[in-house]
Design a protein around this ligand. Structure first.
Ligand code: FAD
Length: 417
């Protein structure tokens, strides 16, 4: 058992999962969040657990595609034009990472991370007090065009090389998996090893379980600065003027982590990838299997009786604005694939938004600060933060309690750019 005392800044999925594994090791844990642990990026996401997502976002073809998308106001990708040094540097490192060599290095690692995380969620789901809709029904990626079909065939080939089951299906094969759905597609790829869960339930149940285990929660408190003595953080300063003395700190503050680290004189490259989701209640006709509409980059996930639809990635500098055009783009794409899926949303239907913490190379930051010996960082999981939450929590808890991490953390180091 460990006697470490840790303050976690940020109670999203990374912060809560880390608290879960630290508590199991016997540590004293306090979680601080500027919100009240009821909403945020870790709640309204598409809930997919994705060993199928072993290819990082920065790939050789993505830059040309991204530039085309920038010209379309309903497309799934947008960069808010602005002269910002952090954005320019991020884009430069993204460009440098978008090469075959880097992708080859990343693929087996991303797969292992996701696979291990899925197994950890499976164990968590079986524990008393948890019932968050974890199901292993796989993932369908549907495509309409010949060009996309070629990309998916290439993806399936890469998956097979890594030993991942990926089934290329024609219309009849898809109909066998989704007999109730009327599809207008050329084909699809089915990853039977993927899973999904209801993130809002997972987050709520983790908070309850952690409180029961004695984890302290400080809500509505924003950390604005640190006191540093020698090479250690000694105090966290809050927006209300109070101070919190600390022994060890984990920064798992999602898309805001870079801003906090900057206060301590350390730089990581991180941009927020804003996305939207809509949750339709008690839907009747809907896919049984979580689906990605490949050309549209839209995710559709059955969650209990509800159906969640999510998409877009906007690098917009943490802007609060909801782009109705892009939300419309998400909704309008659905009947082009699932003809009988009714997705008409009423004016009052809430549009949820979240900020994916994106690194230039698609690998998370999991490790220790270079400058501060008692400061750990867990962020940068981009579009896979939910999927990788459990394994990240486990890895950071192993690091903090002085155990040998279950995976090599070299590719996740903070100073790799
Ligand atoms: C539309 C959409 C769909 C997605 N779908 C999926 C999916 O299907 N599968 C998947 O794996 N991932 C998905 N993601 C990505 C996933 O949601 C994120 O990667 C993940 O939630 C990030 O978790 P986090 O804990 O790092 O950050 P967050 O959830 O953002 O948590 C960070 C916390 O830190 C707090 N905080 C920040 N700054 C401070 C401060 N200074 N002081 C105190 N508190 C602070 C914030 O309030 C917040 O609660 C999706 C994202 C979006 C937007």
């Amino acid at each position: 058992m460990s006697t470490e005392n840790i303050h976690i800044v940020g109670g999203g999925i990374i912060g809560l999962c880390t608290a879960w594994y630290l508590k199991k090791e016997g540590c004293e844990v306090t979680i601080i969040d500027r919100n009240d642990f009821s909403d945020g990026t870790s709640y309204g996401n598409a809930g997919m657990i994705v060993p199928s997502h072993f290819v990082p976002m920065a790939t050789p073809g993505v830059i040309t595609q991204g530039l085309k998308w920038l010209l379309n106001s309903k497309s799934p990708f947008y960069i808010k034009p602005r002269l910002n040094l952090d954005l320019m540097q991020w884009l430069w490192h993204f460009y440098r990472s978008a090469n075959e060599q880097q992708v080859e290095k990343a693929m087996p690692v991303l797969y292992e991370l996701n696979e291990r995380s899925k197994e950890l969620y499976k164990v968590m789901a079986a524990e008393n007090g948890f019932d968050f809709g974890f199901e292993e029904r796989g993932l369908l990626m549907l495509y309409k065009t010949r060009k996309q079909a070629e990309e998916e065939e290439e993806l399936a080939e890469k998956a097979h090389q890594l030993g991942i089951q990926a089934d290329l299906l024609d219309y009849n094969g898809l109909k066998r998996l989704e007999p109730e759905m009327d599809m207008d597609v050329l084909g699809g790829i089915y990853f039977p090893g993927d899973a999904h869960l209801y993130p809002n339930l997972l987050m709520k149940q983790l908070v309850t379980q952690l409180k029961n285990l004695g984890v302290q929660f400080i809500s509505n408190s924003s950390i604005t600065d640190f006191d540093v003595k020698g090479s250690k953080v000694t105090t966290l300063k809050t927006d209300s003027g109070s101070t919190i003395p600390v022994e060890n700190v984990l920064l798992s503050s999602g898309s805001w982590t870079g801003l906090l680290l900057k206060k301590a004189g350390e730089k990581i490259h991180l941009q927020d990838g804003k996305g939207y989701s809509v949750t339709l209640r008690d839907t009747n006709n809907r896919p049984r299997i979580p689906t990605i509409l490949s050309e549209a980059k839209v995710a559709i996930t059955p969650m209990g009786n509800d159906l969640r639809i999510g998409g877009t990635l906007e690098l917009s500098g943490l802007s609060q604005k909801v782009s109705q055009m892009r939300v419309q783009g998400i909704i309008e794409s659905i009947p082009a694939y699932y003809k009988n899926l009714d997705v008409s949303i009423a004016d009052e239907t809430p549009i949820w938004k979240g900020y994916r913490p994106c690194t230039p190379d698609g690998m998370p930051y999991i490790g220790k600060s270079d400058a501060l010996t008692n400061c750990y960082v867990g962020t940068g999981h981009g579009m896979m933060g939910l999927s990788l939450g459990a394994v990240t929590g486990k890895l950071i808890s192993e690091l903090i309690t002085g155990q040998k991490p279950m995976m090599d953390l070299h590719l996740f180091r903070l100073n790799r750019f």
